[in-house]
Write a protein that binds this ligand. Structure first.
Ligand code: 5GP
Length: 362
């Protein structure tokens, strides 16, 4: 596992509120319990529980949002989540989050996102590079650790880009509001739009106008696709040709053919798929088929807090389940840099980081 932790890694499918440390969630729950807003004893076991169905996961998110949706907490969790990924040598993180409105505390989607950006700028134990490449003089590669590679002896540096999520509960107008906000925040590292939320809720047609608008104006699109059986939606999503999709579980033969010929990269979340019982066991996971077909893939955590995992752990699972060797795992991690939504300057830096790290493979 140690070499997997020290290997540089790219994470492109991480939901902010799904990536919170258990200790932070419990601390927040305790504070709200003391104020009488929630019953801490009930919340504690929900937070610490490991196996949940997909439906239970969405119930948990409703609870997490009660704990986290105030500006200060949003800033705090953003900072902590980035530090946690950087600590295991994630060198590029695309962090996604759903901009939220909470009238009772004067929170708008914009002020929520400003709180996230404040978390990126916060005084942190790591160097966070989040503005578009040309505007940022401090490229990661210019300050690469020299001798000891990524083994924890130097201050960590991490590129972070943001994706704004549209929740499937939202209306077309609300989705459009999120896209407008994303467009206005491009200079603050926003690079794209994600469609997520409970896959049993909402209709694809509701989000299409906002997604098309976003794409026409140059934002990248990734869609949660095929998390539950819904053939017409899977087909419509693949026809939309997003730049990436997440999960890709409930596909029929024809969908696999279409996916493979389209070469749309897939964000694979092994632990998440098993924990939510979406895939019965790792040995039948579609990772193997896509990997053997040389389909573009990125291993991701989805919700490292909710599913108690890490990027290194996802690579470890791929090693042990699918028999991938060190070199193959390294190539898989390196290839992820080709599917990021950040500009080519960042891609170029990431290639150099991986080229420099290859000598530490042994
Ligand atoms: P947030 O956007 O609040 O930072 O992160 C939590 C949200 O991400 C959840 O409320 C949900 O909308 C979305 N999310 C997290 N994990 C999953 C997942 O596995 N599938 C889907 N469809 N959405 C998810």
């Amino acid at each position: 596992m140690e070499w997997l932790v020290s290997m540089p890694k790219v994470e492109v499918h991480a939901h902010l509120n799904g990536s919170i440390r258990d200790s932070t969630l419990l601390e927040l729950a305790k504070a709200l319990g003391e104020k009488g807003v929630i019953d801490f004893s009930e919340v504690e076991h929900v937070v610490l529980k490991n196996d949940r169905s997909l439906a239970e996961v969405f119930k948990l998110f409703d609870l997490i949002h009660i704990l986290t949706t105030d500006h200060m907490t949003v800033t705090r969790i953003t900072k902590e989540v980035i530090e946690d990924f950087a600590s295991e040598n994630v060198v590029y993180l695309e962090l996604r989050t759903t901009p939220k409105r909470n009238d009772s505390i004067g929170m708008t989607k914009r002020s929520y996102m400003e709180a996230v950006v404040k978390g990126l700028k916060a005084d942190s134990s790591v160097d966070v590079v989040f503005t578009p490449y040309a505007e940022d003089a401090r490229s990661l590669v210019n300050s690469l650790p020299t001798n000891d590679g990524y083994n924890g002896k130097t201050r960590k540096k991490i590129y972070v880009r943001l994706l704004l999520s549209i929740d499937r509960r939202e209306t077309t107008a609300a989705a459009m509001e999120t896209v407008m906000l994303a467009l206005e925040m491009r200079h603050l590292g926003v690079v794209g739009i994600d469609l997520s939320g409970n896959p049993l809720v909402g209709e694809w047609a509701t989000y299409v106008p906002a997604l098309k608008f976003a794409r026409d104006l140059g934002l990248h699109i990734t869609l949660h696709c095929g998390e539950v059986p819904n053939r017409p939606e899977v087909q419509a999503m693949l026809d939309f040709l997003p730049q990436r999709i997440g999960h890709a579980i409930f596909f029929e033969e024809e969908d696999w053919r279409k996916l493979k010929s389209s070469k749309i990269p897939v964000e694979i979340c092994l632990t998440s798929n098993i924990r939510t019982l979406s895939v019965p066991s790792l040995d039948v996971h579609h990772f193997a088929d896509l990997y053997n077909a040389k389909h573009p893939l990125v291993l991701c955590t989805d919700d490292s807090g909710v599913f108690s995992t890490s990027v290194s752990n996802e690579y470890k699972i791929a090693t042990s389940t699918f028999g991938l060797g060190k070199r193959e795992i390294f190539e898989l991690a390196k290839s992820a840099a080709e599917f990021i939504f950040a500009d080519d300057g960042v891609k170029e830096d990431l290639r150099k980081i991986f080229d420099s790290a290859v000598k530490n493979l042994g």
